[in-house]
Design a protein around this ligand. Sequence first.
Ligand code: ATP
Ligand code: MG
Length: 183
Amino acid sequence: MKIKRLEIAGFKSFADKVVLDFQQGVTGVVGPNGCGKSNIVDAMRWCMGEQSAKNLRGKAMEDIIFAGSDSRKPLGMAEVSLVFSTEDGRAPAKYLEFSEIQLTRRLYRDGESEYLINKTPCRLLDISELFMDTGVGTKAYSIIEQGKIGQILHSRPEERRLLIEEAAGVTKYKTRKQLALKK
Ligand code: ATP
Ligand code: MG
């Protein structure tokens, strides 16, 4: 699954809608300090279901909504869409009929939030399932932030095992087993 496009509106420093198209090969983002480079990665992480405000460098989840600037009032909603191509055939079977998968997450200042897959409302669980065993997703290894390598090297063997299981493709079955045992 390859990222094709990212659409950001009302998220952190991106007040107006910004659309980033990712071409073949490697994409680099450059710009002066504080211009919003890391906010792009935060937007991806948030859209994929991140639940921790701290992992998004904030105190509360509301902090991800554009908070206003000298010339603009704060906004009431943030929306991020992340579009993946399914051309490599690695998406879960039920999504292979679509040429792309569009994930959308919205958050309103009153705390209401929604997730959508291809414009249809869904549960956070559907999003996590979509990414299980692909290496993408909030607990996987597709985003290697500052300090992550050290964290992996110094983690306990049980923690490191989780990454290996994700790469081996067994996370999905373990999660399903845990859910079944709970029922
Ligand atoms: P560096 O090169 O220092 O890593 P960067 O390009 O990664 O910088 P970011 O951390 O992405 O920069 O962006 C920081 C900017 O985002 C700050 O100016 C901050 O005020 C702004 N910002 C963060 N959250 C919000 C918000 N909710 N509303 C408006 N602006 C925000
Ligand atoms: Mg940065």
